[in-house]
Design a protein around this ligand. Sequence first.
Ligand code: SAM
Length: 282
Amino acid sequence: MTDGARLPPLREVIAQYGLNADKSLGQNFLLDLNLTGRIARSGGKLDGATVIEIGPGPGGLTRAILDSGAARVIAIEKDRRCLPALADIANAYPGRLEVVEGDALSIDETALFDGKARIIANLPYNVATPLLIKWLRSRERFTALTLMFQKEVADRITAAPRSKAYGRLSILAQWLCETRHEFDISPRAFTPPPKVTSTVVTLIPRAEPLYPADAEMLEKVVAAAFNQRRKMLRASLKALGSPAEEMLEKASIAPTRRAEELSVAEFCALARVYASAAARGR
Ligand code: SAM
């Protein structure tokens, strides 16, 4: 029996504390213990780990993370209505759960732990992409991020070149992390059901970015290329203000190719050429 086995079922918790789902907070609760357990264990064993959970809500996934062996869970929740339910979980797992009331967009979660941590979260969809981009900036503090997104965003994170979903988010995420599609979850698994399918993704930060490039230059090149996704690169890259054909030639990329055909390595090559062109003032 786990420490939490004496806790009431989640449906009772929701009724007891009046946790009617608030759409503006992206509240779609997962009450299925098989699924919460599967998410908790997706990114590998949790034994002894420190885990940051964003948006614990009534605490279904929180319980699963604790039951999967995390030594310490720091859960950041914006909705104070959830705090009493989370306090009950903290009591059932003494000394292992800290609840922080706040907005995950503005909190510096890296100040809350020493060393490295995992992030596991069923993310509120309205802020999921900005949160991921924020965590990518401090990726050296995270061993792995196991995150649930709406499927369309998850597909963009893991997409390969020449697919419809391939774009800015794919390149940024794959440049900095190994990305892995874990599994899809039907809307029916949630209370209330969202309109779209959800997908769990694991991102494992790389020790070094996949290929050398300056992050800002890479972002500019990728943005220019994908802003005019259907155009050939010799046209779309003109927005950068440096001679597009010359840059493409230096990066050994045919000027007639389009953004979605380029690999992460090729975008990094272009970013390096662009950086030296910009340094020469052209
Ligand atoms: N983890 C729970 C589960 O799996 O059932 C709830 C997931 S629900 C999709 C998203 C949760 O994030 C809600 O509890 C919501 O209140 C919380 N939330 C929304 N915006 C937030 C923010 N900016 N910072 C922290 N928590 C937030």
